[in-house]
Design a binder for this molecule. Structure first.
Ligand code: NAD
Ligand code: DAU
Length: 486
């Protein structure tokens, strides 16, 4: 082999995660790498021999430096700082000269955007603008293959499309932009900026719109980890409104793989929808989580975990249904989710159960403040007498007041199980839905069935990569993928 070819093959040889840093090796800049999707993306990227990651993250309440602390700086270099800090961003680009940027940093929780939208406009709009400006200036200094191959992946959300009616087809890349929350509006502003930078300057931005992610390392303010850890602790499970809002769930590792594909093969100026083709009503998700826990960690006295469910006031402007048509990324970039929702959910629930120390480390301080402010309880442990005092309590209508009084000795008897609630709308249908999820197409949820008819059933897909294996204890399996190392 000639000397030049040897040099080439050495330069492009995949490097193992955590391997020695080769000075001239490629680098990507990831923003928000300490968050839920960022952590999973960085781990997956490095595990598949991807190039070095420089990670710009402010380490807000949602960013956990411990997630990636085991990685050597040769593989993952953390720069703690604000994506809104133009000088800092320019300095990083100058020093590390990344070949691409994956922009994940954001304020990401819809409920927090309702109670405090300013931070969302700052990080999601000003931060995205700052990054685009600095990246454009950097890109303009590049020449040849470096310039042609440069990409900025703007990780947006399906929420920018607004809400679907039960019979509507899933969102495509051509769906109207109609955000309903301050969170989704701030993400949509980023969409528009990314598009404008491509159209005006030819800057190679690519935008993705993904549906609801679930999996390890998600901050437990979001539905699946919140319900899992509350259920494990025997605490109430707060269902917003009637619980029949529908989300299209995708395992975070599938999303991370889709982002890698977009990074490698995405076309500048294009947008790609990413979905898991797993539409579920919230109450179905909760029923599944409780079913898994009933089998894995039965409650003392034999009561089911679902009995911990309580209905609380609905989220204002709550989007009723999201569903994503990912035909474009599947046909053009060859993406296919690997996790089925049942397998992925079981692995996820087991992960939170097996990683109690991680859960403990992120549920102190700010988390307890949030729980108190939003749900009116200090982590639901020591509720005040009478009505809880949080945001949800303030919004409670007369019917909902009856779910108040969540003091541990009182709330069990006061609690309203969905099918017993007169204000619930269709009480006769709930026992069937709750007890026999396989009959999901009946009654009020017929629309869910219709939607799924257009989707590929979960069973068409490969089973979960990290799903429980026959004969292997599930908790141990989940633990082996956790930060606690089993
Ligand atoms: P997350 O809240 O778990 O993580 C956000 C990360 O950004 C944290 O590490 C945080 O410290 C960091 N960050 C926040 N403000 C910052 C700032 N000013 N400067 C630098 N870093 C900052 O969010 P996530 O769920 O991992 O979502 C990541 C991205 O993916 C977001 O842009 C979100 O809109 C998008 N998205 C999320 C989902 C989902 O279901 N979670 C779905 C589609 C799209
Ligand atoms: O669709 C993609 C989006 O998914 C992302 O862009 C967001 O960053 C991410 O947070 C998520 O937004 P949602 O609002 O859909 O996720 P969340 O987990 O907050 O809520 C999911 C559903 O569960 C929603 O209908 C509200 C409901 N819910 C949520 C919580 C926290 C409850 O019923 N009770 C709760 O306590």
């Amino acid at each position: 082999m000639g000397a030049f070819r040897k040099l080439l093959s050495a330069a492009f040889r995949p490097r193992p995660a955590g391997g020695p840093y080769v000075k001239d090796s490629m680098t990507i800049l990831v923003t928000g790498g300490l968050g839920f999707i960022g952590t999973n993306f960085v781990l997956g990227h490095l595990a598949s021999g991807g190039d070095r990651v420089v990670d710009l993250d402010l380490a807000t309440y949602a960013g956990n430096p411990a997630n990636l602390a085991h990685l050597p700086p040769e593989s993952h270099l953390l720069v703690r700082g604000d994506v809104c800090d133009r000088e800092l961003v320019e300095g990083i680009l100058r020093e590390h000269r990344p070949r691409a940027i994956v922009h994940l940093a954001a304020e990401s929780h819809v409920d927090r955007s309702i109670s405090g939208p300013a931070a969302f406009v700052q990080t999601n709009v000003v931060g995205t603008f700052t990054l685009l400006e600095a990246a454009r200036a950097h890109w303009e200094t590049l020449t040849g293959a470096g310039r042609d191959g440069f990409r900025l992946i703007y990780v947006s959300t399906d929420e920018v499309y607004g809400s679907l009616e039960p019979d509507d087809p899933p969102f495509t890349e051509l769906s109207t932009c109609a955000p309903n929350s301050p969170y989704s509006a701030s993400k949509a502003a980023g969409d528009h900026l990314a598009r404008a930078y491509f159209r005006t300057y030819g800057f190679p931005a690519v935008t993705t719109h993904c549906s609801n992610n679930y999996g390890p390392y998600q901050f437990p303010e979001k539905l699946i980890p919140l319900m899992t850890i509350n259920a494990l602790a025997g605490k109430p499970l707060p269902v917003y409104g009637d619980g029949r809002q529908i989300r299209d769930w995708i395992h975070v590792e599938d999303h991370a793989r889709a982002l890698s594909l977009v990074l490698d093969k995405g076309v500048p100026g294009e947008t790609y929808n990413i979905g898991g083709r797993s539409e579920r009503a919230n109450i179905e998700v909760l029923t599944s989580i409780c079913g898994i826990l009933d089998a894995e960690a039965p409650r003392e006295g034999g009561a089911g975990h679902l009995e911990l469910a309580v209905h609380v006031a609905d989220r204002p402007g709550h989007d009723r249904r999201y569903a994503i048509d990912s035909t474009k990324i599947e046909s053009e970039l060859g993406f296919m989710p690997e996790y089925s929702f049942p397998d992925g959910l079981e692995a996820t629930v087991c992960w939170y159960r097996a990683n109690a120390r991680w859960v403990e480390s992120v549920t102190s301080g700010e988390y307890r403040e949030w729980m108190k402010r939003h749900y009116g309880m200090d982590g639901w442990d020591s509720p005040p007498e009478g009505l809880p005092g949080g945001t949800l309590a303030a919004r409670r209508g007369p019917g909902l007041r009856r779910t108040a009084g969540l003091a541990p000795r009182r709330w069990r008897s006061d609690m309203r199980i969905p099918w017993r609630r007169p204000w619930y709308g269709v009480p006769d249908r709930w026992p069937r839905i709750m007890k026999r999820p396989e009959e999901r197409r009946i009654g009020a949820l017929a629309a869910v069935g219709q939607t799924r008819a257009g989707s590929r059933p979960d069973t068409d897909r490969k089973s979960a990569r990290h799903g429980p294996e026959v004969g292997q204890p599930r908790a141990r399996k989940a633990a082996s993928h956790g930060p606690e190392g089993g």
